[in-house]
Design a binder for this molecule. Structure first.
Ligand code: CIR
Length: 254
C-alpha cells in the first residue's frame, strides 16, 4: 500500500516541454492546471497524503516528477535524466527528498536513468533500456537496489519512450501490456490485461491501493481493468499527453 505522493504543479513553461506528439497541439495551460488538480484529488481519494510542490518555470518538464527519483520502502534514489534539458530537475527534487529520507542514493555520470523506465514488482525492479536510460545507469541502479536487499533486471525497449509507457503493474501478479510488450517472454509469468494499440495511452495506468487510475477516454481499457476486479477511477490528462506524459509520470508514489 502507498501512503504518500509528491507532485509538482505545472509551470507556464510547460508548453515548451519535450514532445514527439506535436500533432496533438500545444498544451492549454489553464486546462493543464485543472487536470492536475483532478489528478491530485484522485490520489487523495485513494488515501494518499500528497505533497504539492510549487511550479518550477526553469524546467518545462518538471511536472513529470516521476522521472527524477525512485522511492522504495528502504531508500530513495535520485536519477540522472537522459534528456539533458531535464538534468537540472534533480537538484529541485533533492531539496525536497532530503527533508524526508536520510539515505539518499544517486545515479552518476555516465549513467542515465529516467524513472519512467523503472517498474516495481514487489522487491524486483524492471529497468527499461531506452533513449533516456542507458546500461551504465541500469547497472548502477541494480547495484544500489542490491545494496538495499532488492533485485533488478533490464528490458530492451523498441518503440516506447519509457518502460511504463507500455506497461503497468497492478499488483496481484497482474500486468497491463500493450504493443511491444504483448507476448514478451520476460513477462510471461504474469496475468495480463492486453490493451489494443488504439488505446495505447491507457497502458500507463497506476495502481493506488486497490484502485486503478486510468486516463479518461479509453473505454476498452476501462472495461478490461474493471472486469479484472479493480475499482477504476478516470482522470483526464489529455494536456499532458501532448507532451508524451502519462499518469504515472505526474507523481512519485510511496
Ligand atoms: C519528456 O519527454 O521527458 C516529457 N515531456 C514526458 C515525460 C514522461 N515521463 C514518463 O513517462 N515517466
Amino acid at each position: 500500500m502507498f501512503s504518500s505522493a509528491i507532485v509538482r504543479i505545472p509551470g507556464k513553461s510547460l508548453i515548451d516541454g519535450l514532445t514527439d506528439s506535436k500533432h496533438l497541439g500545444v498544451p492549454d495551460y489553464a486546462n493543464a492546471i485543472n487536470q492536475h488538480k483532478s489528478y491530485i484529488e484522485a490520489l487523495q481519494f485513494c488515501g494518499l497524503e500528497v505533497t504539492i510542490l510549487e511550479p518550477c518555470e526553469e524546467y518545462p518538464d518538471s511536472t513529470f516528477v516521476e522521472d527524477v527519483a525512485l522511492i522504495t520502502p528502504r531508500c530513495a534514489i535520485i536519477t540522472r535524466p537522459g534528456a539533458e534539458s531535464r538534468r537540472g530537475e534533480v537538484e529541485k527534487i533533492i531539496s525536497v527528498l532530503e527533508t524526508q529520507f536520510n539515505n539518499l542514493e544517486a545515479i552518476e555520470a555516465p549513467g542515465t536513468i529516467e524513472a519512467g523506465d523503472i517498474m516495481m514488482v514487489g522487491s524486483h525492479y524492471y529497468i527499461g533500456l531506452s533513449d533516456r536510460t542507458n546500461i551504465q545507469g541500469a547497472k548502477q541502479l541494480i547495484n544500489l537496489l542490491e545494496k538495499h536487499g532488492y533485485t533488478g533486471s533490464t528490458v530492451n525497449l523498441k518503440d516506447v519512450l519509457h518502460l511504463k509507457t507500455g506497461l503497468s503493474y497492478l499488483e496481484n501478479n497482474m500486468l497491463v501490456v500493450c504493443g511491444e510488450f504483448i507476448s514478451d517472454p520476460i513477462f510471461s509469468e504474469f496475468e495480463q490485461i492486453e490493451i489494443p494499440q488504439s488505446e495505447s495511452y491507457a497502458a500507463n495506468s497506476i495502481w493506488v491501493n486497490d484502485n486503478v487510475i486510468i486516463p479518461s477516454g479509453y473505454p476498452v481499457a476501462k472495461d478490461k481493468i474493471s472486469a479484472s476486479g479493480y475499482n477504476v477511477l478516470e482522470v483526464d490528462v489529455s494536456e499532458f499527453k501532448k507532451l508524451d506524459g502519462g499518469l504515472s509520470c505526474l507523481s512519485l508514489r510511496y
